[in-house]
Structures are given as structure tokens and as C-alpha cells.
Design a protein around this ligand. Structure first.
Ligand code: ZN
Length: 82
């Protein structure tokens, strides 16, 4: 039996694009984490992102190399339309 919580998910920091990794267990944890490169807060609260966790769990069973994660506390500084 595979322990899904131990699976590592690779994704990019939405702020700086740095390659990051979290385990499913970390993603499901209510504790937020920070980008190791730029320090931006990454909220992976499973209660707020349970759908994402479900997606990850399903995807993890297929052993993906990468997965898209949505970030809750992403700063709104998109200036593509200014
Ligand atoms: Zn970053």
C-alpha cells in the first residue's frame, strides 16, 4: 500500500517561479509554508483547498511529475492590464 502522505509534489512558486516540493502530508497540514527562494507565504490549508488535495491525491496515485496548486494568499499585484 502506498502512503499518499509521503508523496512529493513538485510545483512552482507563484511569486518567483522557484521550483518547490511539498509532500501530500504537508499540503494537507493546516500550517502554511513559505517559498524557500523568496519567502512568500503559501497557504496549503486542506480545509480551504480540499478539492486541491483531492486532485493531488488522485494525481499522486498516477505518479505525476508535476501538478498545479492554487495559492490562497497570493498577492494581487497583477499589472498586466495597467
Ligand atoms: Zn518564491
Amino acid at each position: 500500500m502506498t502512503d499518499v502522505n509521503a508523496k512529493t509534489i513538485a510545483f512552482q512558486c507563484p511569486q518567483c517561479g522557484c521550483a518547490l516540493e511539498l509532500t501530500i502530508g504537508q499540503i494537507k497540514s493546516p500550517e502554511s509554508t513559505h517559498c524557500a527562494c523568496c519567502g512568500v507565504g503559501i497557504n496549503t490549508d486542506a480545509s480551504a483547498s480540499s478539492r486541491i488535495v483531492e486532485e493531488i491525491r488522485e494525481a499522486a496515485e498516477k505518479v505525476p511529475a508535476e501538478i498545479t496548486i492554487k495559492f490562497i494568499d497570493r498577492p494581487e499585484n497583477d499589472d498586466d492590464g495597467a
